[in-house]
Design a protein around this ligand. Structure first.
Ligand code: AMP
Ligand code: MG
Length: 469
């Protein structure tokens, strides 16, 4: 039984990057879930983690030797408006661990009590958003999408006050780093070129060791982000709060708050209760990514050399996003149609299907999976337009195995997550474990999990989701 061995490269960056803040202990921690495959990936001892010392660490009740808990500073554009100081208001980074293959991962507690960045918040999380983030981030991983992961969830034995008193919980989040576009903004708006350079060097060493400088870094982040967003689109995923503080420079999907997967397809779909203007609607996500990356570019100008030339070059790099994204989109949606080498003309074929789906708000996941099983037509109230499309599609000789690997049989549907949370609040975590298990194998057809593939019935639909706090 061995405790994790922490390294703290971010804490070594020095003052100005964070505040040293230990987690705040909780009354009666209990382990809800421990992600054993992830523990193994990280080289952590699952027996230790699930024992009393481990649970104490995962709840924030004990800081293991070698960990240097910090709350990271960052800024961000929230819904387009600059907030000069955000930072970890309900999370602390315990430190980093080095996996057996040498890869470095952040171990962060989310919901671990107030920090100097909490503003008016309590620094806590309730069970609902913790279970949601656990399920969705682990599904994203299983589906091959770059993402932060969930190592553990514990309940605290305390209540947190939201609209009502709700059970408190702490999520242990694992990320290749928690550096965000907003982290760069924090130093850029303070005119702190020295720390900007330090941060850029840290990110290059950690994520883009081949990059020769800030310009190369920007190019690499733009390329990764284009891939990630294309993967979101191909799963019908809506992040919900694509503020610059919720965009990781590693390209990993981060900060699962009011995120959701579409049931019935429509490009304008929005779930978040606070996104009244539809800024972060499904179809807007690629545009928002460019907007966020433009913020990153302007932050990096001071560390890019001669200004006029830097602006010109950085602009070209950001403007390359649409082409990179379109290419990634065609490859992802091509695979969903079973086309391994989609031609530019296939774009029209894909868009025709999406138009037919949108007109009838057909279920996104079930239609694409139905292309594999031959049951797609049943997803349409009027199947004729789909059948006409399918004739043209079959003429392209699609590969059913490729489509089966690109179209999940199961996604974390909103209504299922809601059922899991309701049961969890009542102390029953069996539905959580069952759903989590089923989502770990999203592409496998399994009759015992067929119920989890069903769309919500009329009364079950969840159309609005709330911030993960
Ligand atoms: P989000 O958009 O949910 O990722 O959070 C935006 C900002 O609000 C971040 O700085 C969070 O740390 C902070 N925040 C969110 N919830 C809380 C909370 N319960 N207590 C303190 N700070 C919070
Ligand atoms: Mg956030």
């Amino acid at each position: 039984m061995t405790a994790p061995r922490f390294d703290n490269s971010y804490a070594r960056l020095g003052p100005g990057f964070f505040s040293r803040t230990p987690p705040t202990p909780v009354g009666d921690p209990a382990l809800v879930a421990l992600n054993r495959p992830l523990a193994e990936r990280l080289g952590l001892d699952a027996e230790w983690l699930s024992g009393p010392e481990g649970v104490a660490m995962l709840a924030g009740n004990a800081v293991p030797q070698g960990a240097e808990p910090i709350a990271q500073a960052y800024a961000g554009h929230q819904f387009g408006g600059l907030v000069p100081q955000l930072g970890d208001g309900r999370a602390v980074l315990l430190g980093e661990v080095l996996a057996p293959d040498g890869a470095r991962f952040d171990i962060q507690l989310k919901g671990s009590g107030p920090t100097p960045f909490s503003r008016r918040g309590d620094g806590r999380a309730w069970l609902g958003p913790v279970l949601r983030e656990y399920l969705v981030s682990e599904f994203m991983f299983a589906a091959g999408v770059p993402t932060t992961r969930a190592l553990a969830a514990v309940t605290t034995g305390e209540t947190v006050l939201r609209e009502s008193a709700l059970p408190g919980a702490v999520l242990t989040r694992v990320a290749s780093s928690h550096v965000r576009v907003g982290t760069f903004e924090f130093f850029a708006i303070r005119g702190d070129a020295e720390r900007l350079q330090q941060l850029a060097d840290h990110v290059i060493a950690r994520h883009y060791p081949g990059a020769s400088g800030a310009m190369d870094l920007l190019r690499a982040v733009v390329a990764r982000q284009a891939e990630t967003v294309a993967q979101w689109m191909a799963l019908g995923f809506i992040h919900g709060v694509m503020n610059t503080d919720n965009m990781a420079v590693s390209g990993e999907t981060i900060d699962y708050g009011p995120c959701a997967f579409m049931d019935g397809y429509h490009p304008d779909t929005v779930f978040s209760s606070i996104d009244r203007g539809g800024r972060y609607a499904w179809s807007e996500q690629p545009r928002v990514a460019v907007w966020n990356l433009a913020q990153l570019a302007s932050c990096l100008i001071p560390v890019m050399g001669e200004e006029q030339q830097a602006v010109a070059e950085a602009t070209t790099i950001v403007h390359a996003f649409p082409e990179l994204y379109q290419f990634a989109w065609l490859r992802r949606f091509g695979a969903k149609l079973g086309l391994s080498d989609p031609a530019p003309e296939d774009r029209a074929l894909i868009e025709r299907l999406l138009d037919v789906m949108a007109a009838q708000q057909a279920d996104f996941t079930r239609v694409f999976r139905g292309l594999v099983t031959g049951e797609a037509a049943a997803e349409f109230t009027d199947p004729e337009p789909f059948k006409a499309w399918a004739a043209d599609w079959r003429a392209r000789n699609p590969d059913p195995d490729l489509a089966a690997r690109a179209n999940p049989a199961r996604i974390p549907r909103n209504h299922r997550i809601q059922q899991v949370i309701d049961a969890g609040v009542g102390g029953d975590f069996a539905p959580f474990h069952r759903l989590n298990e089923a989502l770990a194998l999203p592409f496998d057809a399994r009759p015992e999990w067929d119920d989890l593939s069903l769309p919500p019935s009329a009364g079950q639909e969840v159309r609005v989701t709330f911030c993960g706090t």
